[in-house]
Write a protein that binds this ligand. Structure first.
Ligand code: ADP
Ligand code: MG
Length: 141
């Protein structure tokens, strides 16, 4: 199993002042931050990042939202990082998210759900490479 995942603190969470609280969850859940950057995606960048969802009814809304204001992108490391991070963030729809998860506590709505997490090791590698070169990531022994 891979040990890296991409996380994004989405525009709603940053606007609502939750960046620090979400960092706290990341650290308390035992992830090592290998890279982090604040950026405002262009619409084209958001469309490229979410290309897997092209054609779905929420694609336009999602890519408009993700390019509307700054995001924090993070490369996280932990054993079985993809599943560990998805457990930490909770279900896509905050109404279905378990108690104590980031989405339960900080999401605004189904579309504006505070954070992103990769869904597989294969996509984690692609998504980290979308935002970071290997040289930009902290090398851990
Ligand atoms: P996840 O982020 O949990 O992996 P998906 O990959 O299915 O969820 O969807 C990507 C993102 O698209 C979601 O996090 C959410 O912001 C948005 N989204 C998903 N489904 C919907 C929907 N039915 N309506 C509006 N936005 C949605
Ligand atoms: Mg997904």
């Amino acid at each position: 199993m891979g040990n890296r995942t991409l996380a994004i603190i989405k525009p709603d969470a940053i606007k609502n002042g939750y960046t620090g609280l979400i960092y706290d969850r990341i650290i308390k859940a035992g992830f090592t931050i290998l890279g982090a950057r604040l950026l405002k995606m262009t619409k084209a960048q958001a469309e490229g990042f979410y290309a897997i969802h092209r054609g779905k009814p929420f694609y336009e809304e999602l890519t408009t939202f993700m390019s509307s204001a700054p995001c924090m992108v993070l490369a996280l490391e932990k054993e079985q990082a993809v599943s560990a991070w998805r457990e930490t963030i909770g279900a896509t729809n905050p109404a279905d998210a378990a108690e104590g998860t980031i989405r339960k506590d900080f999401a605004t709505s189904l579309g504006e759900n505070a954070v992103h997490g990769s869904d597989s090791d294969e996509n984690a590698i692609k998504e980290i490479a979308f935002f970071f070169s290997e040289a930009e990531l902290i090398a851990n022994e």
